[in-house]
Design a protein around this ligand. Structure first.
Ligand code: B3K
Ligand code: ZN
Length: 868
């Protein structure tokens, strides 16, 4: 093998070429219709594809069909054997006319497909995953999102092993074949890109329902699972109905087929996939009852069901021209699912959760070696760009446009977008243009959010003098790999000026557009002198805010701000102000202001429990680390522990009294009940921080008396970080109770990997050898390794053992499943931010991965960019 990685002078290996957005060219050939005949069994799939191709414009270029690991058994053009060549994996066919019928046959073994891309076997099922470039592992095809075709699919399989045969669209006929086989034919009338193709064969049962659309059409809904899992599907089915209704009410979008199928599979590379009419889900986002799933799991299921359903319009009916436009469908759809969840839960709390996630994952990405714009300029492997930047920052961009336009014009814009581009493959620019045209607002400067990477920092300062006030704003966009000296962005900042005493808005809430590097805004005739600034309310822009508000002002905001998000922010800031000077070694811990603020929050009867649960969360070690130029994980950990301890001790009485309140019924999934349980688990955590022995007793009692998984997991989360007999007993009980339920056993791995203990490193090394651990199942792999790598203090063990383990696992996993392996790399890529000794060890781990034989392009890209 030629290996350029060993020799920086050598050209990149052919597999590792960079694709640039600027090189986009329309396809030379369209494919108008795809007919597939699929003869399926576990270890052999024979696929005959007939493509109706049509020349695009005038040229003499051959038809290029992408393949991945395929060898053509037959190639015919218009019914006759044809000349063809293979160039790498691609099939080239010279064509003389304007339109032809191309037929190819391939064969492969689905059971040998450990990448879980293309057609693969999972738990006795055969299923597909095509986004982004998996269709080329099933048959030769252009396999690019701007080639849209109608599809007809005939599936043949053994009737006993695979009684259910599903594909996109509607089933048009079925029948019995020879030797115990049967067949079904499906047709999808909506032209779609190949990444939305899907089929599933297996022994499945459905929880079925129906939905009547706004124009009165009946849609059949099915959640397909193994028969024993049927009782676990009610929540997903209800979420699907709720999503269909919400999209009609909020966006005027109606479902378009007579059938909507969801299938749950155990081995899946991510959450779920929006294939037209046949969504395929990681079983984790389908199966739930209160015994086995937490409230958070239930909410995640509803969120993912909604997300995939919403893609039917934002992604499927209007799709992406090329993969650089991924955020066109993902950012918009994440925004839509976030709003759906906000409407079905506490709005402010959902916003807080989404921002917490953005800061925990996207901010570090945006300030590290893998930073890229929401619309990237280049990639080696597109699978590496399903990132928090494309998804979550992308969603923030859509949210900002809604803030700038207002809800009414935003809806006008989305109506125009769907109307203008229905059935097309388009760009992020087309979306912004529709918003601009519908509203008449100029979004020229706003577009920079799509092209400039890096999280802007905004400094805000208020000068109050006499009867007026001046707000001074400054913005700074950091350099990121390949991008320097950036232009100022258009940043919508929701703000108000508040009375210190009452929180009354002395200057009413408004959106200030920051567009210059420096800007001032003047307010006149303010009724009270010395107002407090409440800014970036609702997190109106994804920025880092620096303000010189003092502790008293923050405490006042935490108490009186009418914007719940801003109250939460003030509390977070107070926590950071207690923590950071201790970490820097400037002072000893003074928790008094945090204690007072938590006390006031817990006592405030206007606030709901879900909010209180968020409000008393001490920022995670990862978030604290983001605030430091150089991170010493031991110091961060020690300071955070100390703050938790002080708060727990300082508020013992109140925490215990609130923790002792009566609990809601075990299966009550109302917003209030979920909030109460969330708060109760947070209270337990703080009690244990203050008094570990008491915490262990209470947590064990909660574990033993648990009536649902939220209580059980909440108790175990606390216990795993404590010493004492209770811990071992609960972990053993949990294992014995749930060892046969994969999704719950994942929790057992995850909880231990997250434990904040000095022996967690040993435990994780042992768990990696546990008979129930496997790198083949992405959920199990993530349960142990993603949780471990995000457990800052443990992962960054000064010995470097954490880095070694992760590097070993990346190398092993890469041989099976490059996509999943590559997702483990980013924590090592943060090396520049850590103390010297750790940075060296992290780099060494990356270099070890880099030198492994036969590295996939997925891992190669992440590692080479991380090394910089
Ligand atoms: N569109 C899929 C993600 C596909 C990831 C491919 N590497 C799920 C989603 O975002 O809805
Ligand atoms: Zn999506």
């Amino acid at each position: 093998m030629t290996d350029s990685r060993m020799n920086p002078e050598a050209p990149p290996t052919p597999d590792h070429v960079t694709i640039y957005a600027k090189d986009y060219e329309p396809p030379k050939w369209w494919v108008r219709h795809v007919d597939l005949d699929c003869d399926l069994s576990a270890d052999k799939a024979r696929i005959r594809a007939t493509l109706n191709v049509e020349k695009n414009g005038s040229h003499d270029r051959p038809l290029v069909l992408a393949g991945d690991g395929l060898k053509p058994l037959t190639v015919q053009v218009d019914g006759a054997d044809a000349q063809w060549t293979l160039e790498g994996d691609n099939l080239l066919i010279e064509l003389s006319g304007e339109a032809h019928e191309i037929a190819t046959t391939v064969e492969f073994d689905p059971s040998a497909n450990s990448q879980l891309m293309g057609l693969y076997a999972s738990g006795g099922l055969l299923c597909t995953q095509c986004e982004s470039e998996g269709f080329r592992r099933i048959t030769f095809h252009p396999d690019r999102p701007d080639v849209l075709s109608t599809y007809s699919v005939t599936m043949h399989a053994d009737a006993k092993a695979y009684p259910i045969l599903l594909a996109n669209g509607n089933k048009v006929s079925e029948g019995i074949g020879e030797d115990g086989r049967h067949w079904a034919r499906w047709e999808d009338p909506f032209p779609k890109p190949s990444y939305l193709f899907a089929m599933v064969a297996g022994d499945l049962s459905a929880n079925s329902g129906a939905f009547t659309t706004m124009s009165g059409r009946e849609v059949e809904l099915n959640i397909w699972v193994r028969e024993k899992d049927l009782p676990l599907t009610h929540h997903a089915l209800q979420a699907l109905k709720d999503s269909m209704k919400w999209d009609e009410e909020v966006y005027g979008r109606e479902y378009d087929l007579d059938l909507f199928n969801i299938v749950a599979v155990d081995d899946f590379n991510f959450g779920a996939m929006e294939n037209k009419g046949l969504n395929i889900f990681n079983s984790r986002y389908v199966l739930a009852d209160s015994e086995t799933a937490t409230d958070q799991d239930f909410d995640a299921i509803a969120g993912v069901v909604a997300h995939e359903y919403f893609h039917n319009w934002s992604g499927n009916r209007v799709t992406c021209r090329d993969w650089f436009q991924l955020s066109l469908k993902e950012g918009f759809t994440v925004f839509r699912d976030q709003c759906f969840s906000q409407d079905h839960n506490s709005e402010a709390v959902k916003r807080i959760e989404d921002v917490r996630l953005l800061r925990a994952i996207q901010f570090p990405e945006d300030s590290g070696p893998l930073a890229h714009p929401v619309r990237p300029d280049s990639y080696i492997e597109i699978s590496n760009f399903y990132t928090a930047t494309v998804y979550n920052k992308g969603a923030e961009l859509i949210r900002m446009m809604r803030t700038i336009l207002g809800e009414k014009d935003f809806r006008k814009g989305s109506d125009l977008y769907f109307e203008r581009h229905d059935g097309q493959a388009v760009t992020c620019e087309d979306f912004v243009k529709a918003m601009e045209d519908a509203s008449g607002k100029d979004l020229a400067q706003f577009r920079l959010w799509y092209s400039q990477a890096g999280t802007p920092t905004v400094r805000a300062h208020v000068d109050a003098s006499g009867s007026g006030a001046v707000l001074k704003l400054q913005q700074d966009i950091p350099d990121t790999p390949g991008q320097k000296d950036k232009q100022p962005m258009a940043i919508p900042l929701k703000m108000a000026l508040l009375s210190r005493q009452s929180g009354a808005e002395l200057v009413e809430e408004r959106t200030v557009m920051l567009g210059e590097a420096e800007q001032t805004v003047t307010f006149e005739d303010i009724a009270e002198a010395d107002p407090i600034l409440s800014i970036n309310r609702d997190f109106s822009a994804p920025i880092i805010l620096e303000s010189d508000r003092d502790d008293e002002e923050l405490a006042a905001l935490a108490r009186v701000d009418g914007n719940a998000f801003a109250r939460y922010e003030a509390l977070q800031e107070l926590n950071l102000r207690a923590l950071l000077p201790v970490i820097r070694g400037e002072t000893v811990m003074d928790a008094s202001k945090v204690i007072a603020a938590f006390d006031a929050t817990l006592s405030d009867e206007r606030l709901d429990d879900a909010f209180k649960a968020e409000a008393i969360m001490i920022p995670s070690e990862a978030m604290i680390g983001e605030k430091l130029a150089t991170i010493d994980p031991d110091k961060v950990h020690a300071a955070r522990q100390a703050l938790g301890h002080e708060v727990g001790k300082g508020l013992t009485e109140k925490l215990e009294q609130m923790y002792g309140r009566e609990r809601p019924a075990g299966d009550d999934l109302s917003v209030a009940a979920k909030g109460q349980r969330a708060l109760s688990n947070q209270l337990l955590g703080l009690i244990a921080s203050g008094d570990p022995a008491k915490g262990a007793r209470l947590a064990k009692a909660q574990y033993d008396g648990a009536r649902n998984m939220t209580e059980r997991q909440g108790a175990l989360t606390v216990l795993v970080s404590l010493d004492g007999a209770e811990r071992g007993a609960a972990l053993e009980d949990f294992y014995n109770r749930f060892k046969d339920q994969g999704l719950v056993l994942d929790k057992w791995f995850g909880l231990q990997a997250r434990a904040e203990r000095d022996d967690t490193m040993d435990a994780v090394e042992k768990l990696a050898e546990h008979p129930d651990f496997t790198l083949k199942n992405p959920n199990r792999l993530r349960a142990l390794l993603v949780n471990f790598a995000s457990n800052q203090w443990v992962f960054h063990h000064a010995s470097g053992r954490g880095y070694d383990l992760l590097a070993r696992m990346v190398i092993e996993a890469d041989k099976l499943n490059p996509q999943v392996a590559a997702r483990l790399v980013p924590p090592l890529g943060r090396w520049r931010r850590y103390t010297d000794a750790r940075a060296k060890l992290m780099r060494a781990a990356l270099q070890r991965i880099e030198q492994a034989d036969g590295l996939s392009k997925d891992v190669f890209e992440q590692v080479s960019k991380s090394l910089g």
